[in-house]
Design a protein around this ligand. Structure first.
Ligand SMILES: *[C@@H]1O[C@H](CO)[C@@H](O)[C@H](O)[C@H]1NC(C)=O
Ligand SMILES: *[C@@H]1O[C@H](CO)[C@@H](O)[C@H](O)[C@H]1NC(C)=O
Length: 369
């Protein structure tokens, strides 16, 4: 007898038809496991468990988090993966290094991200201990071993195949590598026009590995407008204009990323990789902050110096009273409110923002599969 597995939402509609056909129907929860890889834009606390300088575990980080305490997220409150989980009605994922991630909670998925990492192994070396992307992938394999011990081989394979993955990398390969210091090793090795395709080709290997580990729906974010973040304005901008070199880097990187993802999908014969145009999403706020209810897209809420963009956000930094009015929480990272607007575009954005389709379309497609 054929065993048909369908989503609970479509279950009630489909059940009658399928039962009439004599199949055995197993209804299951709509929820999917969620896996997160990448850098500080999506790290939800892994670096708290490491001896590293890339951390967000002191106030005022977390000031608007439900606990009002720092958690390791580089945000005043929730970050992008938290908001995706919330929108989907899923339990938030735990950091992979959290001791609470065990037993049945493994089914929720896991967040492997680590602030400071990039596509390249030599990105972020100044932070000493970070979970580089290949180590994150190694942990993903280890996670699957642990899940197998809990729910068996077949269920694990299915859970991973039906999961959703988010990966955010690339910004640090510029900010914390190529442009970290003048005459950096990478900038002596490559012109920017050569460096970008190099990073893209290394990123392709990372994504192929992710695919070989079982991921089948992967949202890949581009970099933001690297030259427009308060940290860069503080160093390079006289009149609030975005820093040219870093903007050029983002302008080269993002379209090449989209092209690489399209080629990967063509090779695989399926839309596994979904490109999220986070640069455009941010540029919307930057060109018209007021339209989105922000008072500024240039000044960070927490920081010091011009644009509050110098140094780190610490307990003694300037702190704005209302975080919802700022695009940037700290010199590099968006506020929770900006993250919410970004997730709305990931969910429902047009082709200008999401290629080849948005997350609501993916969810609808997959629930019909
Ligand atoms: C980065 O490190 C991984 C594992 O440590 C290795 O497999 C890979 O080849 C390295 N990449 C480069 C470009 O050196
Ligand atoms: C994005 O999602 C909405 C539904 O929320 C849908 O109407 C729209 O057509 C989608 N756009 C694209 C380009 O997939």
């Amino acid at each position: 007898m054929a065993k048909k597995i369908v989503n609970i939402s479509s279950c009630f509609v489909v059940i009658g038809i399928i039962l009439a056909l004599g199949d055995l129907v197993t209804c299951r929860e709509e929820r999917r496991a969620f896996f997160v890889f990448g850098d500080s834009l999506v790290d939800n606390g892994n670096n708290n468990y490491l001896i590293t300088t890339a951390r967000a575990d002191a106030p005022p980080y977390g000031i608007d988090f439900p606990s009002h305490r720092p958690t390791g997220r580089f945000s005043n409150g929730l970050n992008i993966p938290d908001i995706i989980s919330e929108e989907m009605g899923w339990e938030p994922t735990l950091p992979y290094l959290s001791p609470e991630l065990r037993g049945p909670r493994l089914r929720v998925g896991a967040n492997f991200a680590s602030a400071g990492v990039g596509v390249l192994n030599d990105t972020g070396i100044q932070f000493v201990n970070i979970i580089r992307i290949y180590q994150q992938l190694h942990y993903f394999a280890e996670y699957q071993q642990r899940l197998r011990a809990l729910i068996g081989e077949e269920e694990t394979e299915r859970l991973v195949k039906e999961s959703l993955t988010l990966i955010t990398l690339g910004g640090n390969d510029f900010v914390n590598n190529y442009y970290l210091v003048p005459y950096s090793a990478r900038s002596r090795q490559f012109s920017l026009e050569e460096y970008v395709p190099f990073v893209i080709s290394e990123y392709e290997k990372v994504l192929q590995k992710l695919y070989s580990l079982g991921a089948r729906r992967v949202i890949v974010t581009g970099t933001g407008p690297l030259g427009c973040v308060p940290a860069e304005l503080a160093q390079h901008s006289r009149n609030g204009e975005c820093a040219e070199e870093l903007q050029k880097a983002a302008e080269l990187f993002n379209p090449q990323l989209v092209r690489m993802l399209r080629e990967l999908n063509d090779e695989i014969g399926n839309d596994v990789f979904i490109a999220a145009n986070t640069k455009q999403m941010h540029m919307d706020f930057i060109s018209e902050p007021q339209r989105f209810g922000f008072i500024t897209s240039k000044i960070a809420c927490c920081g010091q110096g011009p644009y509050n963009g110098l140094g780190l956000c610490t307990p003694i930094s300037n702190l704005c009273p209302n975080r919802n009015l700022y695009v940037f929480w700290d010199p590099f990272h968006p506020s929770e409110r900006a993250n919410r607007l970004i997730v709305q575009q990931i969910l429902r954005g047009s082709e200008k923002y999401m290629q080849p389709m948005n997350l609501s379309t993916i969810m609808a497609l997959d629930s019909r599969a």
